[in-house]
Design a protein around this ligand. Structure first.
Ligand SMILES: NC(=O)c1ccc[n+]([C@@H]2O[C@H](COP(=O)([O-])OP(=O)(O)OC[C@H]3O[C@@H](n4cnc5c(N)ncnc54)[C@H](OP(=O)(O)O)[C@@H]3O)[C@@H](O)[C@H]2O)c1
Length: 386
């Protein structure tokens, strides 16, 4: 029986995680859960999974939840402090980190610092402070298991091999909802159109990140710190079908790939039960039915965000944190109809140009860069609003 905390239980990764718990009730017990403000869904989850402690970042939603759950023996906390308390609750062995965005940094770091192993879906904290998170994890003997399908694939392709024999990590990219569009067509894209991902059903922020290819930029930074491989050895390959989840090339030019139908329950369950593979009873990948798989290079002209990810790593320090924060503000503005799709990379670019990076020697330096970049990007959104 593995005891779990799920940060972001009401989201796409969170609900998929709970689906796995539901299928294997003898393998997992949920001790704690958190969400932002969705008190309705988390009430259902509390009644079903019976966690001891829950936190909502939104204080008003936490108040509503206390009212709804008056008849249930559960402690309900609120705010960032509440999330941190749930992330570090003593009975939990594994924390599934599935909050969206930089809001997950402080709770995920708290989980590591209290000695919990982490199943990491929430990539933005790794972008903001990956080196710090890894050095804390190493110091405390904590393992960070990747949940992102690409990083789970690389993790699997690296097993049983020597890191010094790795020549390249190759992250595959679906290209997102807008890959076939011209630059002119991208200019007029609506949020509804950009949210139509061809292969994956995910939260709205990551779906827009997939459409801009910023998701791949964030994943390059995530891979840099998760696998301790320098960024010149990390490449991106567009593979529209999302069947090959990523590849590793070794010095002898042998390449190992991990394949599967796109279903996040596979990488989530692997991170939750490593090294065991749970009998998920999902449809099998049938390559004969698929017939052909396609590959091409990323198009940096139409989708400049991928290169911003590489650039942020080359500059280093707080630059990835600033890039991430500017992206969160720009994506939010696009989803709310405030800016055009093509303004997203412009806002990130201008924020990065104005940022003076410092070392990320403490979490506060990453958080300060995050605060600064959000303000900067918000002012750019206001100046660009159409
Ligand atoms: N979805 C996927 O298939 C997928 C794949 C790979 C990686 N990831 C990564 O996993 C993370 C989660 O993605 P998702 O698609 O599951 O997102 P999502 O569906 O939008 O869910 C986000 C979760 O975070 C909570 N949340 C939002 N803002 C918060 C805040 N300020 N403080 C505390 N909690 C907050 C939400 O609570 P409410 O419901 O109350 O708002 C929800 O539980 C992201 O970093 C994403 O890049 C996702």
């Amino acid at each position: 029986m593995k005891t779990l905390v799920i940060l972001g239980s009401t989201g796409s990764i969170g609900t998929n995680t709970l689906d796995i718990v539901n299928r294997f009730p003898e393998a997992f017990r949920v001790i704690g859960m958190t969400a932002g403000s969705n008190d309705e869904l988390i009430e259902e989850q509390i009644r079903h999974f019976k966690p001891r402690v829950v936190a909502l970042s939104n204080a008003a939603a936490a108040k509503r939840l206390r009212h709804r759950c008056g008849d249930v023996p559960v402690e309900i906390l609120s705010g960032q402090e509440g999330l941190v308390q749930v992330a570090s609750v003593s009975e939990a062995e594994l924390v599934v980190s599935a909050i969206v965005g930089g809001a997950g940094l402080v709770p995920t770091l708290a989980a590591i610092r209290s000695g919990k192993h982490v199943a990491l879906a929430n990539k933005e904290p790794m972008v903001m402070a990956g080196q710090l998170m890894q050095s804390e994890a190493r110091r405390l003997g904590v393992r960070i298991f990747p949940v992102d399908s690409e990083h789970s694939a690389i993790f699997q392709c690296l097993e049983g091999h020597r890191v010094e024999d790795v020549r390249r990590l190759i992250l595959t990219a679906s290209g997102g909802a807008l890959w076939p569009l011209t630059k002119e067509q991208l200019h007029d894209v609506t949020p509804e159109r950009a949210l139509q991902h061809p292969n994956w059903k995910m939260g709205s922020k990551i779906t827009i990140d997939s459409a801009t290819l910023m998701n791949k930029g964030l994943e390059v930074v995530e891979a840099r710190w998760l696998f301790d491989i320098p960024d010149p050895q990390i490449e991106v390959l567009v593979h529209r079908e999302s069947i090959i989840h990523s590849l590793v090339e070794y010095e002898d030019r042998s390449m190992i790939a991990q394949l599967g139908l796109p279903d996040m329950r596979t990488p989530i369950s692997y991170a939750m039960r490593y090294p065991e593979r749970l009998p998920l009873n999902l449809p099998s990948l049938n390559l004969a039915d698929i017939g052909l798989l396609s590959f091409c290079k990323p198009d940096h002209d139409r989708f400049p965000c991928l290169n911003l990810g590489y650039e942020s790593l080359r500059i280093g320090g707080t630059m990835p944190a600033a890039m991430n924060a500017a992206n969160e503000i720009a994506v939010d503005a696009f989803l709310n109809g405030g800016i055009r799709f093509t303004a997203i990379p412009d806002i990130i670019r201008s924020t990065m140009d104005a940022h003076h990076p410092v070392e990320v020697d403490t979490v506060e330096s990453a958080l300060e860069a995050d605060r600064w970049a959000r303000e900067k990007a918000e002012s750019l959104v206001l100046s660009l609003a159409h």
